[in-house]
Design a protein around this ligand. Sequence first.
Ligand SMILES: Nc1ncnc2c1ncn2[C@@H]1O[C@H](COP(=O)(O)OP(=O)(O)OP(=O)(O)O)[C@@H](O)[C@H]1O
Ligand SMILES: [Mg+2]
Length: 345
Amino acid sequence: MSLLTGVSDFFGLDIGTTAVRLVELRGGGPVKPLVRYGYVPIDIRLAVSDSKPDQQKTAQVLKDLLVQSKVTSRNVVVGIPSQRVFTTLVDIDKLEGDELDKSIKLQVDSIIPTQASESKIDWVVLGDSPKDQNKVEILLTSVPNEYVEGRLDMLESIGLNVIAFEPDNIALTRSLVAPDATLPQMVVDVGQNSTDIVITMNGAPRLTRSIPTGAGAVVKAAMQNLNIDEQQAHQFVYKFGLSQDRLEGQIYNAVISTVDIMEAELEKSIKFFANRYQTQIERIIVSGAASVMPDLPAYIANKTGLSVEIGNAWRNVSVGSAQQNDLMALSPYFGVAAGLAERNE
Ligand SMILES: Nc1ncnc2c1ncn2[C@@H]1O[C@H](COP(=O)(O)OP(=O)(O)OP(=O)(O)O)[C@@H](O)[C@H]1O
Ligand SMILES: [Mg+2]
């Protein structure tokens, strides 16, 4: 690792549930030219397994991705799935420099769900607490060492040099949220097994949550309630979504209670945020399956009363016109990889 200049070439890597994806950009400006991107589908079962043979299978898929996308850099910034990260906001007594760090270290065991000695812990001071003038607000994250070390071993085994790990939801805010947004923004990414929620204010995440209901649960609800196979259910869900006038609303009726589980969590987060900061969210930016299931964005807008926008993973990336169409079609699935690649290392 270079101390003064940073790493000039690296790529962002999203090891998702349904695919592995990478993005490489050039330069350090606010809009960076795309160098390379690529994705390879992966067996859904690998994402939840930490066993050695399964890590080796993941490594093989990653090798295929590196070859296919012709990436030459070995330096990589890797996303950590939100289900593996514990993130919380804490208010802590105002103290100067070292004293604040010491105080956080002393309290950390009572804040995080795992042993501090067995976790990688990180925090940033966001500013004064909105609740108490004598305290500062801290965003604290922790990841089990075991998970990070497993990933490191796997990535090093295929010759990669990990320069950073970053939670998926932080990467998403970098790629999808306008950096100059003055009002709070909410990002909702519906993945295969989970939905990530992040609310940002003044450029920093204030609330992050991961809900264990994702696109897979919606497809499963269609399967069970309509008595159809998975492939058919997948087709119906992505073709008709929450439209009430297609197939006489059958898909809507089959999946709506599952969608409402997700939606209720969005509303809870919106209320929590409004209550803590006494301010309203300007818009919801959707990505992942939430941006491709017909009428889902409109449903969320209707329920929450907020305007809903489809996220563009390439909003900070300049793209040649020949690639434009391909990339737009992939935008729903590339928010994490693009955000990781946009870090200024
Ligand atoms: N290129 C694609 N075309 C059609 N559907 C897709 C495509 N890529 C992903 N999907 C579907 O969209 C859903 C969400 O995809 P997404 O890429 O956000 O999930 P993921 O990143 O693999 O999952 P997670 O974030 O939970 O690890 C999945 O159910 C997946 O089957
Ligand atoms: Mg994902």
